[in-house]
Design a protein around this ligand. Structure first.
Ligand code: ATP
Ligand code: MG
Length: 547
């Protein structure tokens, strides 16, 4: 049984089911256009469509809305399937394409022509735009509006046969040029486009428009609830008009909800495409992108995205949310079971002057609260790296890390004290000479010394040199917009640090880790020895601001 409805769409379905006599299935669809990669806004729609069908015992189609051959490509078709599956949803054998239905759509167009509900218009695109009227003024009828059915059938057949150039004619619905709704002013149903289509090649030179295609595909697939974003609200009368004038039996209902927006990024394939094309990012799967491919590469897992989509909810209100909410979900997911290791982002060498021998192997759990994840071996030795941030020449009050004369515990290892600071000619700290307390080993500490704090480290001898990619928001401003939105790309959105990680992390089969005190990281699937910081730790300690 479905849970009590929590949003207006589920409430509406509940009411319909209560009112209907007999069983009623719920069929939904997710209809991406394969003109780019999916972003986290799409994830909201995917979760909504698949979950609703699942909750009400129905099914969901993954239907590619591929009616514009100029923008679409098989690369995107493949990427979209991968992303939907990765998110955890299964369309079974219900993978379809609007282009599968081109023949049926063409028949529907003929039906409209025959019933006097569509005509071939020979105005140019510009003339159509000009005679469409405005919000306050009615449009003007096309001089071709009263062509006979015979003439329309003949011209439409010749359009299909490829006799005319692009733009010479279009097929338009014959509705009402004075309608207060501009979408109802004889909208275009078919246009001529001599272009290769990724699925049907050069079979067709006329292509149906979105408004004509979408409702018919919904009807052909027996979709019951066609869930889409609010910008289609004004198209709903047309959706209903097309179906109302055809002899198809199904009557799907279109229901609109608000688009998800995320601050500090953009969320439209067209804009994301520009970032890729202008090389402001490294590709659709750049970890700074809000694409599912980018988030995956960054280290975000599907569970976090599903949780996020559940939290943002489904309403008709503005749905622009803060990045912090996504980060919260990402952390919460990784906190659960990502193994913990140590990595040093900005290495400062530490020499243990009193450490005898070459080194030793210590052990540490992969996750203190998850003993089932096991333990790892941690090599320790006379030369270590700590993070520069963990040492202060002039420590502020309550400094809980290392400074000259102070002691700290090295996580899972010993307490060390800083005895000497080696500085280069320009004053930069280049090495710390420290001493370690042999009887302070973690777990069997009998030193009686109370260290200022605990810091992370990596033993130089076995440390694996890696590139650590650290990210900030892709845009400096909360709401990047306008034609020149690319100007607000954050130049510091990526910084690459040359750091070190412990060898057990480098050789682990896991790819998601928490580097203690530094953040959650994900081993990059493409670049060698590279780790992307997925998200920082909530409890990361920030030094007090300088006075
Ligand atoms: P984009 O501008 O990113 O290309 P779109 O709506 O044109 O978005 P489609 O591929 O047509 O992209 O979208 C597929 C489905 O995903 C549609 O039902 C659309 O309403 C939904 N969708 C797209 N963007 C969002 C978003 N930001 N929030 C929620 N749903 C979205
Ligand atoms: Mg679209």
């Amino acid at each position: 049984m479905p849970e009590p409805a929590t949003d207006f769409i589920r409430q509406q379905i509940d009411r319909e089911l209560a009112a209907a006599a007999g069983p009623s299935a719920v069929v939904t669809r997710f209809p991406p256009e394969p003109n780019g990669y999916l972003h986290i806004g799409h994830a909201k729609s995917i979760c909504l469509n698949f979950r609703i069908a699942e909750e009400y015992g129905g099914v969901t189609y993954l239907r590619f809305d591929d009616t514009n051959p100029l923008a679409e490509s098989p690369e995107y078709v493949k990427a979209i399937q991968r992303d939907v599956a990765w998110l955890g949803f299964d369309w079974g054998d219900r993978l379809t394409f609007a282009s599968y239905y081109f023949e049926r759509l063409h028949q529907c167009a003929l039906e409209l022509i025959e019933n006097g509900n569509a005509y071939v218009c020979s105005l140019s695109a510009e003339e159509i735009r000009r005679t469409r009227g405005t919000l306050t003024e009615a449009g003007a009828d096309s001089p071709y509006r009263n062509r006979s059915v015979r003439e329309n059938l003949d011209l439409f057949a010749r359009m299909k046969a490829g006799e005319f150039a692009d733009g010479a004619h279009v097929l338009r619905a014959r509705i009402d040029m004075a309608s207060p709704n501009l979408n109802m002013r004889d909208p275009v149903l078919y246009r001529i486009r001599h272009a290769l289509h990724h699925n049907v090649g050069d079979t067709w030179v006329i292509y149906p428009t979105y408004d004509f295609t979408h409702c018919i595909c919904d009807a052909l697939e027996n979709v019951t609830h066609s869930l889409c974003t609010l910008e289609f609200e004004d198209h709903r009368p047309l959706y209903d008009w097309v179906l109302g004038n055809l002899s198809l039996n199904a009557k799907p209902r279109q229901i609109e909800f608000s688009r998800l927006g995320l601050e500090h990024t953009v969320m439209s394939k067209r804009l994301l495409q520009r970032l890729v094309a202008e090389r402001l990012v490294e590709g659709w799967d750049d970890p700074r992108m809000p694409t599912l491919a980018g988030l995956r590469r960054r280290g975000v897992r599907p569970r976090a995205i599903r949780d996020f989509c559940g939290r943002v909810g489904v309403t008709k209100q503005d749905n622009r949310v803060e990045m912090e909410l996504l980060e919260f979900c990402v952390r919460q997911d990784l906190e659960e079971d990502a193994p913990k290791g140590m990595g040093v982002v900005n290495p400062l060498p530490v020499r243990l002057a009193n450490y005898p021998g070459e080194g030793e192997a210590l052990t540490a759990p992969w996750h203190p609260r998850r003993p089932e994840l096991g333990e790892r071996s941690l090599s320790f030795g006379p030369l270590l790296y700590i993070d520069r941030e963990d040492f202060a020449l002039a420590p502020p009050p309550k400094w809980r890390r290392l400074s000259l004369g102070a002691s700290v515990r090295l996580r899972y290892a010993y307490i060390i004290r800083c005895d000497q600071v080696v500085r280069s000619a320009d004053g930069k700290v280049c090495e710390l000479i420290c001493s370690y307390l042999p009887n302070s080993k973690s777990g069997s500490d009998s030193s009686g010394v109370k260290p200022a704090g605990v810091i992370h480290w990596v033993a130089a001898q076995r440390a694996k040199p890696v590139k650590l990619r650290l990210y900030e928001h892709l845009f400096k401003v909360r709401n990047p917009s306008g034609a020149d939105f690319t100007e607000s790309v954050n130049p510091n959105s990526l910084s690459v640090a040359s750091g070190f990680i412990e060898p057990a992390v480098a050789s682990s089969r896991e790819s998601h880790f928490q580097f203690e005190r530094v953040g959650y990281f994900h081993r990059d699937p493409e670049l060698p020895d590279t780790y992307n910081r997925t998200v920082t730790l909530r409890d990361s300690w920030h030094p007090p601001a300088k006075k």
